[in-house]
Design a protein around this ligand. Structure first.
Ligand SMILES: Nc1ncnc2c1ncn2[C@@H]1O[C@H](COP(=O)(O)OP(=O)(O)OP(=O)(O)O)[C@@H](O)[C@H]1O
Length: 276
């Protein structure tokens, strides 16, 4: 089943094409990451899918409806995790989650959601007293308390320390395991690699590549670099068949041997045409 289908999506601002013919197919239960440099058109695309922005052209289907005309019942099936808003700072964590739950026809229990995001110890703390990472967890709690089928996450871990990011990834994986479809925008390649079933790279308003993190842009079939410490210094060879090369190099030990293929970041940077 398809959760999101987009064909020929276009949106211009004063003659400048921000989204210039985007096609997307996102399956139900999939974690899909939209990657791209600043100004690539990610937010514009996602806001159109959320029904928060009008498109100029194209067909868009999100959970069986056109976001431009869909009503409240459709909206209640979406979870939108916004970049931290500063409202409700005086409320406690539990009060804010309860407050949001009341907007939905069939919400999850506020305490269950607070536990799911790891904020039980902070349930009675005021929102304004939370750290950045805790605040972001609350944002997710507010985004999922309505038991959404589809969650939009916009750059969810910007500003997190490494441990908080890992914990947050676990939270997103748990959501995905429970069957929720997730559309994630991120600038972090390791985040896309850790979470996404599939990724699309958008640049200049167009999708320039799409695939699993392992195969994006021909990554899995790219040449491997074999490197080791030879008697006269470091030796490096590029090959399609690293195992055969290592066999050819003979029986003797190859100190500090490494075999590498382009990282997702290498592939991404070449896809968006960035100088390296
Ligand atoms: N409301 C607006 N009015 C005019 N131009 C806009 C508006 N919103 C976005 N743009 C332009 O459209 C293009 C795409 O912007 P968008 O915000 O979709 O990019 P993005 O990929 O989300 O970038 P970032 O990674 O910086 O968030 C940019 O050139 C931006 O300046």
């Amino acid at each position: 089943m398809t959760a999101i289908q987009v064909r020929g999506l276009r949106k211009s601002y004063r003659g400048h094409a921000a989204v210039d013919g985007v096609d997307l197919d996102i399956r139900q239960g999939e974690v899909f990451a939209l990657l791209g440099p600043n100004g690539a058109g990610k937010t514009t695309t996602v806001e159109i899918l959320e029904g928060h922005r009008k498109r100029d052209a194209g067909d868009v289907d999100v959970l069986g409806a056109d976001p431009a005309t869909a009503g409240r019942a459709w909206r209640a099936r979406l979870g939108i995790v916004l970049q931290t808003a500063n409202d409700a700072a005086e409320l406690t964590v539990r009060e804010s989650v309860r407050h949001y739950a009341a907007y939905y026809p069939n919400p999850a229990g506020p305490d269950d959601v607070i536990e799911q995001v790891g904020l039980t110890a902070k349930a009675d703390a005021r929102v304004k007293s939370l750290s950045g990472g805790q605040r972001r967890r609350l944002d997710v709690a507010l985004g999922v308390v309505g038991r959404p089928e589809l969650v939009f996450l916009d750059e969810p871990t910007t500003g997190f320390d490494p441990e908080a990011r890992r914990q947050f990834w676990e939270l997103i994986r748990n959501l995905a395991t429970s069957g929720t479809t997730i559309l994630l925008t991120t600038h972090y390649l390791d985040e896309a690699e850790a979470l996404a079933d599939r990724v699309a790279v958008i640049a200049g308003g167009r999708i320039v590549a799409e695939g699993t993190p392992a195969t994006l842009g021909g990554r899995s079939t790219a040449k491997a670099t074999v490197s080791w410490l030879g008697p006269g210094g470091r030796e490096t060879r590029t090959t399609d068949t690293p195992a055969a090369l290592i066999r050819e190099l003979g029986d003797h030990e190859l100190p500090e041997l490494t075999v590498t293929r382009p990282s997702l970041e290498d592939t991404y940077l070449s896809l968006i045409g960035a100088p390296r």
